[in-house]
Design a protein. Sequence first.
Length: 469
Amino acid sequence: MSTVLSDEKIPNNVNLSSDKRLQRALEAWQPQFIDWWKQMGPVGWQERDIYLRTAVSVEANGWAHFDYVKMPDYRWGIFLEPKDPNRVHGFGDNMGQPVWDEVPGEFRNMLRRLVVTQGDTEPASVEQQRALGATAPSLYDLRNLFQVNVEEGRHLWAMVYLLHTHFGRDGREEAEELLARRSGDADKPRILGAFNEPTSHWLSFFMFTMFTDRDGKYQLAALAESGFDPLARTCRFMLTEEAHHMFVGETGVQRVIKRACELTKETNGDPRKLGGIDLPTIQKYLNLWYTLSLDLFGGEVSSNAADAFAAGLKGRYKEDRYEEHKLVGSHFAMDVLENGKVVHKDIPMRNALNEVLRTEYIKDCQRGVDRWNKTIRDEGLDFEMKLPSNKFHRQIGMWSTSPFTPDGEMIDAATFAARRGEWLPTQTDEDYIKSLMKPVYERAKMASWIAPPIKGINGLPEDFEYVRV
Ligand SMILES: [Fe+2]
Ligand SMILES: [Fe+2]
């Protein structure tokens, strides 16, 4: 193993060895994590050499080390951005005062809930994706799946570090619970809806990493503003890794779209004839994962969001871009449902912060969809991918109380039920997509339904042996 990696049991930049009690507690949690990983992590590839990136520091140039590693030997570490001793609260009621290094007693429960909710998503996605290694479209994609998985594991470590360090016995209990809940389990499900949905094939995996990991980016960015400094510092570094997950999603879908276009032309309109996925079916999976991800931002009008902002625990996306950071007396104009009708209305800004964050997220998603549409245009096809209305197919918040079309038109339940199959994947779509999922584990080969990537990982060629089969 390279000397870049430290020889400590738990690689870290938080001087763990100076706090023996904490070190012992985390070293006791580590084997439970490994057990969880072996039981609930990727099926079938644990003993293979995978070409993976490992975080080894937070230095902008050289934070990552690339090499072959067997996943259970991955060096999951704890890395926080360095502390800025002059940092002050950037928003909320404590604006301008020094940030906290310890949990303020009055906000302990709120903060623990934020950390646990974020932490729960990390192992959840690994569980959701655990079977995908059996059907990867190429070695390149197989490696990217595992890269995302090990980093979600490290994100779990990041949150568990906070729980162990700052929340005493409850924190340790929460850390155990994070390994005890199971995605999709009837008795002990994961906390958030999208993290209990099956990710049963690679189209859903790419949509998940495009849309659901992007929710993660916005949640982490909002927590990276936190006045609880250890949370801010850990989230900042997590965002560095997160960028790759969204790259996997956006380029993954883009390659499926490219191939769909090529095969559409070859077959005069029916790419399924040659083992491709047609654009309307891709649109249905976009509709599904985008709307599941919109739910993750929570209710449109939320006193929890207001409280977390007031307390200085959770800010907006890139708080620096805004001029005003207290948000007392300001408003956000948004659609709300009132007496069964959609009305556009001013909502007190602090109560609208979930919607403010969701709005930033939607813009970011749209930029990705625009790039997909450019691919379609470049291929010469007349088809446009669209983000559905934020009111369509919602399970959380005010829009969940009535059905809407993807264009945002309110409809009755019977109409929705009758047209559902036009908008969301049907069992037939799901069966078809699953029928395409055959592993391709020969170097430089790709499955029929996806185009090759434009370039390889870490400057390596696209046909590099990313996984030693
Ligand atoms: Fe993550
Ligand atoms: Fe992620």
